[in-house]
Write a protein that binds this ligand. Structure first.
Ligand SMILES: Nc1ncnc2c1ncn2[C@@H]1O[C@H](COP(=O)(O)OP(=O)(O)OP(=O)(O)O)[C@@H](O)[C@H]1O
Ligand SMILES: [Mg+2]
Length: 259
């Protein structure tokens, strides 16, 4: 299926390979069926958007894939390697980084130390233990400059704006050099100027070879940014394809509008 958006089409054999592949994933919380037999393939090189109404299971899907919670059933493979049920640091080691819907920062720590804590998922412990490595500090500073908040490196993370915290979280994710980056609502609660910066960063990082899986409710952003859109409803994929096709898919309109 040739679904890539021509304006963001990349060359190279890798772009057509499946990177992350999820099969029959299910997760219930008591009687709530959050993810229900979801099967999704994510191709390398793309900016994939994962959209769906509130409560359709997108964050739970992310949490199961990245080892934050254990799925009831299903398999997750990455580059052909089984990562089902692996702990978050193992998933990160396999090459997958992620951000959270509600920023996970350490509010009383400096911006720079927050990025350093992204070196490993157990980064806080590492930070408090043997101290910082000079090469990590250089890298953290470079990433803060890249996301445009290097002037805030000494500020307490809890004192910077929410959009800046999202950029900080992205810098932390980049510390481990993930080839696939999963972002849960990167533009949620962020002012328009910083949404533009986040959007540009995603485009640039993608052009450098990183694959994205982005959960986002801002449809204008989704349609502009993504090559491929996966639509969730009630815990499973109901549609997938290029933005232009998905936008007018009757099943998608029904899920969103109830028409
Ligand atoms: N820890 C939990 N305990 C109980 N129910 C949960 C838990 N996490 C999620 N749920 C429920 O699972 C369903 C899916 O939630 P989830 O957060 O995955 O949806 P979402 O698609 O990310 O929604 P949103 O777009 O609002 O972020 C919802 O009904 C939610 O209330
Ligand atoms: Mg969510």
């Amino acid at each position: 299926m040739s679904t890539d958006n021509p304006s963001t089409q990349r060359t190279g054999a890798e772009q057509h390979e499946v990177g992350l592949s999820v099969r029959d994933l299910s997760k219930s919380f008591g009687g709530v069926r959050a993810v229900v037999g979801a099967s999704v393939d994510f191709h390398h090189g793309r900016i994939n958007a994962l959209i769906g109404p509130n409560g359709s299971g997108k964050t739970t899907f992310f949490n199961c894939v990245t080892g934050m919670i254990r799925a009831d059933a299903g398999t997750v493979t990455y580059r052909g390697k089984d990562i089902t049920g692996k702990a978050p640091h193992r998933v990160a080691h396999a090459g997958i980084g992620r951000s959270f819907q509600v920023c996970r920062i350490f509010p009383r720590m400096s911006v720079l130390d927050n990025v350093l804590a992204g070196v490993r998922p157990s980064g806080l412990v590492a930070l408090m233990g043997s101290g910082r490595r000079a090469s990590d500090v250089d890298k953290a500073r470079a990433l803060l400059a890249r996301v445009g908040i290097d002037h805030l490196e000494g500020a307490e993370a809890g004192d910077i704006s929410y959009g800046q915290q999202k950029l900080l979280e992205l810098a932390g994710v980049l510390m481990t050099d993930p080839e696939t980056i999963m972002l849960d609502e990167p533009a949620g609660g962020v002012n328009p100027a910083l949404i533009e910066r986040i959007s540009t960063l995603i485009t640039e990082l993608n052009a450098e070879g990183r694959t994205f899986i982005v959960v986002e409710h801002n449809m204008e952003l989704v349609m502009r940014l993504s090559d491929h859109v996966i639509v969730f409803d009630r815990g499973a994929q109901i549609a997938a394809g290029p933005p232009s096709t998905v936008q007018s898919d009757p099943a998608v309109l029904e899920a969103y509008l109830g028409v």
